[in-house]
Design a protein around this ligand. Structure first.
Ligand SMILES: *Cc1c(COP(=O)(O)O)cnc(C)c1O
Length: 392
């Protein structure tokens, strides 16, 4: 049976990337590896649409979140975070662990914060040093308009806007420089199509100034050290060499395809999954929808654990469940990274077969038909676009 991951991290890995990582290891001080890092650094700047440094850390995505808090702020500083799901909430947990005073904006899980609520919270809390946001909240499948929020914040305040872009970089439009963002973080096992183990932090000039004066403790995750090494396409400690080699390949594929096409591709795939789910009679959870992952309510009369088990046993498909109070109530289908139209037809067909086995009433084929119709609307626009595996 084929194993098929439809989870928002780890995501499937292209064959050519896996093969690159299977080669004998090289030493990180060798000129060959310096070339790898040079290419990685250049293409990361392209991916984030920035001329600023995008630092590579050896950790999962949360390490980059922690580094952002620890390197920008000082003990007793106040910072705003938006609790819109499991990952937004994490910003606040990290702040507490570091002795930063968190100012929480809590929105119902399944919704996104408005720009106004962020501005109102800033007005009520003078002295806030930074606002921490989540562009794609993976636990609820909800998208936040960080472009609009960042513009509104910077119009009135000279403070940092920090974004968890862990499931949005390489999926949603991201223009680090143009949008005036200060820090954006992501992780390797999401839109970058490589295994977990690397995290990335883009830093603006404002962020660099804050890094210079931050007094929170750090050693391994010192961005000051990382910036110094970065200037020479180097890293302060032994990098995850094998992952960097895979990443170099994946990033060149992304560049060849172009970020604009990748953003468009994710929009189309996500629309197809939403339309397919609705046509089956399922109700979507949350809005506005992230293009990385679709959250769907488990229909009445269907037991999530049975549904999940069947999907995996019969079709090799792993999707993600709900977290915390959403456990057993929603399931999440990821379409972030290395997926194509055929994968999406397949996963929606498997949803149909599984729901049919569980006696859920719907018109067989209705989901797949809606998926096909969605793709048909876009075929002209996608016909000439380069596809990932076409790159050497
Ligand atoms: C996966 C994820 C994280 C956590 O990343 P890890 O790599 O598991 O540490 C944080 N934020 C978002 C939005 C994510 O999707």
């Amino acid at each position: 049976m084929k194993k098929r991951l439809f989870t928002p991290g780890p995501t499937p890995i292209p064959e050519s990337v896996m093969l690159a990582m299977a080669e004998p290891i090289i030493h990180h001080r060798n000129p060959e590896f310096v070339e790898v890092l040079k290419s990685v650094n250049e293409n990361l700047r392209y991916l984030f649409q920035t001329k600023n440094p995008v630092l590579t850390l050896t950790s999962s995505g949360t390490g980059a979140m922690e580094a952002s808090v620890a390197n920008l702020l000082s003990p007793g500083d106040k910072a705003i975070f938006v609790n819109l799901g499991k990952f937004g909430e994490r910003w606040g947990e990290i702040m507490k662990a570091y002795g930063v005073e968190p100012v929480e904006i809590k929105v119902e899980w399944g919704t996104a914060p408005s720009t106004q609520i962020v501005l109102d919270t800033l007005k009520r809390n003078p002295g806030v040093k930074a606002v921490f946001l989540t562009q794609s909240e993976t636990s609820t499948g909800v998208f936040t308009n960080i472009k609009e929020i960042a513009a509104a914040v910077h119009k009135e305040y000279d403070i940092a806007v920090v974004v968890d872009g862990i499931t949005s970089v390489g999926c949603h439009e991201m223009r680090f420089d143009e949008w005036g963002l200060d820090v954006v973080v992501t992780g390797s096992q999401k839109g970058l199509m490589i295994p977990p183990g690397l995290a990335f932090v883009a830093v603006s000039d404002r962020a660099k100034k804050m890094i210079e004066t931050s007094k929170l403790p750090k050693f391994y995750f010192s961005l000051k050290k990382a910036l110094k090494s970065y200037a020479n396409d180097d890293t302060p400690f032994t990098p995850a060499i094998t992952l960097a080699i895979g990443l170099e390949k994946a990033l060149r594929m992304i560049r060849e395809e172009t970020v604009e096409h990748i953003w468009f591709h994710h929009k189309v795939l996500s629309e197809a999954v939403r339309n397919g789910s609705k046509a089956i009679g399922l109700k979507l959870f949350g809005s506005p929808a992230s293009h990385a992952v679709t959250a769907v309510n488990v229909p009445e009369g269907v037991e999530y654990s049975k549904f999940n088990k069947l999907l995996k046993q019969k079709y090799g498909i792993t999707t993600a469940g709900g977290q915390e109070h959403l456990k057993g109530k929603i399931f999440r289908v990821s379409h972030l990274g290395y997926y194509d139209e055929v994968d999406i037809v397949g996963v929606v067909a498997a949803l149909e077969w599984t729901l049919h086995d569980l006696d859920f009433k719907f018109e067989p084929g209705s989901g797949v038909t809606a998926v096909q119709k969605t793709f048909a609307e876009y075929t002209k626009e996608t016909a000439d676009a380069p596809r990932l595996e076409a790159v050497k």
